[in-house]
Design a protein around this ligand. Structure first.
Ligand code: PGA
Length: 233
């Protein structure tokens, strides 16, 4: 199935340093097809300047909707790796997010060690199944994204080749198909060192319906180029 509009998620992580810079960055990045995820402390003010982009949060918290947040990143590797966020915690946040009417972007992906030891399928299966098994709501009734982000490609400048990503998305589809007829409803994103030079390699594939962009989203020329590429794919 081909989705009409590809979506780019800008994950600012802990950047920028000040509110003024956050407002300037948001104003300069404000284009259609982009979801901007600033640090929590800047959400309200960034919401105030966005006209074309949508607002996202980098983690779930109650009350985000009141701040104008529509999308929420869940289970980002920063949290899984550095804060020991477990699959169970991720599943709870996913359920809570859809329960509050937010659109979750569920991040899954293997570390370099897991890839080298031949465990990537097992890791991804557990990450996905935990969400499906623990979600109290009928997942099929809600919109959500799955972002496949191999951890070894995040913030490292190392990109996965597109065939590797397509194979992993096929694998994820298979796991989901076992859980019901949902696959056509799910949007798959790719994340991991995406910039304007490699975005097309991924976005030209119908099954990759967008990208989660970290570092390059802090450069307004870059993020705009990526959204143009996405709109042409
Ligand atoms: P990156 O980050 O684009 O800097 O690799 C991706 C992410 O935030 O998941």
């Amino acid at each position: 199935m081909k989705f009409k509009n590809k979506l780019i998620i800008a994950n600012w992580k802990a950047n920028p340093q000040s509110l003024d810079e956050a407002i300037s960055l948001a104003e300069a990045s404000d284009v259609k097809g982009l979801v901007i995820c600033p640090p929590f402390v800047f959400l309200k003010e960034v919401a105030g300047v966005l006209q074309k982009s949508k607002l996202g949060a980098q983690d779930f918290k109650k009350g985000l909707k009141k701040l104008g947040v529509e999308y929420v990143i869940i289970g980002h590797s920063d949290r899984r790796q550095n804060l020991d966020e477990t699959n169970e915690m991720v599943a709870k946040k996913f359920s809570a997010a859809i329960g509050e009417g937010l659109i979750p972007i569920l991040c899954v992906g293997e570390t370099l060690e897991q890839k080298r030891s031949g465990q990537k399928e097992k890791v991804i299966t557990e990450q996905i199944q935990s969400v499906f098994a623990n979600c109290k709501l009928q997942i099929a009734n809600f919109k959500f994204f799955i972002a496949y982000e191999p951890v070894w490609a995040i913030g490292t400048g190392e990109e996965a080749d597109s065939q590797y990503v397509l194979d992993m998305i096929e694998f994820i589809k298979k796991i989901i198909t076992e859980r019901g007829n949902l696959v056509d409803k799910i949007h798959f994103l790719y994340g991991g060192s995406i910039d304007s030079s490699n975005a097309k390699d991924f976005l030209r594939h119908d099954v990759i319906t967008g990208a989660l962009v970290g570092g390059a989203s802090l450069d307004t020329a870059e993020i705009k180029k990526i959204t143009v590429i996405a709109s042409e794919c």
